[in-house]
Every structure is written in C-alpha cells, then in structure tokens.
Design a protein around this ligand. Sequence first.
Ligand code: PRP
Length: 184
Amino acid sequence: MKSEMEQDILKVLVTEEELKARVTEMGAELFEKFKGRNPLFLSVLKGSFVFMADLVRACQVQSEVEFIAVSSYQNSTQSSGTVQITRDLQQDITGRELIIVEDILDSGNTLAFLKDYFMSKGAKSITIVTLLDKPSRRTKAITADYSGFTVPDEFVVGYGLDFAQKYRNVPYIGVLKPEVYSNN
Ligand code: PRP
C-alpha cells in the first residue's frame, strides 16, 4: 500500500541509500578542507533542512550552524528572479568562513543573490555545497564547490525539497507526476 505522497511520485531519482553514501562522502571531503578552521555551516531554508542535518553530522569538524530563509519561487515552478529574505541571519558573519548548504542549485538566482549578500556582510570566504545541481536551468554564473548529484530538468521533491510546501518529508529524491503540479 503506497502512502498518499508516494502515489504522486513518478519515479525515484536518488534512493535513501544513495543519499546516505554521498552525504557521507561530502562530509568527509569538507572535514579535510575545514578541520581547524571553525567554519559556519549556513543552511538556506527551507529546502536544505534535511541535507543540513545529515551533512553536519557527516562532517565531525569543530563548527557552528546558522540559518537564513529565502524564497524566490513563491509556490510557482519558475523562479521569480527576485529573492526575498524571509528570515535573516541572527549573528555577525564578519570574518567567518561560510559553508552555504543548499538543497538544489537551479537558475542560480538564489545563490547569486546570497553570495553578494554574505560578502557585503563581511564573510571571509564562501564555499557552496549543494545536494542537487540542475545545470540545464542555469541563468546566473554560479557553480557549486561541492555537488552531490547532477539531476535532469524534472520536478524533483523529497529530502527537504517541496512542491507547494509539501513532500519535504519524502525520504528520497523523487520526480513528481506532471499531473500533480499542472493541476495547481
Ligand atoms: C529553492 C531551493 C533553492 C532555490 C534554488 O528554494 O531551496 O534555495 O530554490 O533555485 P534557484 O537556483 O533557481 O534560485 P525555494 O525558493 O523553492 O524555497 P524553499 O527552500 O523554502 O523550498
């Protein structure tokens, strides 16, 4: 018996096991780069909350965590191009080495905006970590320093990623059935 959410999933793109293995690898790579440097893991909410939780535990480096919430999609499937901060940083990031944690790099609008924003706030360095990269949709010159998986231009949900705020708790990355989002 499929769950009510699973009925809306066309196919599984990245399984739970694949996610775990890749996040473990990424954590180890970040450990090698950042040991002794007290980086600040900065999660871009909401989408990255699941990845963030797994990544910081996969990277046993002395570090701190911070959160910022932005929105550019406003329940649409197309980026509006305008990035709004809906919850700002709660600490001074002057001189900090930032590890930006994103669930997906799509058009690049969000990260282009955030890179400028964090530099203007005095960050010492910025390292971009994204779980998923969808390079076919890029309109801004942004690349990730660490990327978990390259995905095709399909509507992906799960492991933090939503459609209209739902499906974030699906434990794998799945492709949504087109009839689900075309009905909205
Ligand atoms: C998603 C995702 C990234 C952004 C990537 O956020 O979490 O932040 O879009 O897309 P881009 O490269 O085209 O800017 P969204 O605005 O959907 O908010 P959410 O994280 O709350 O789901």
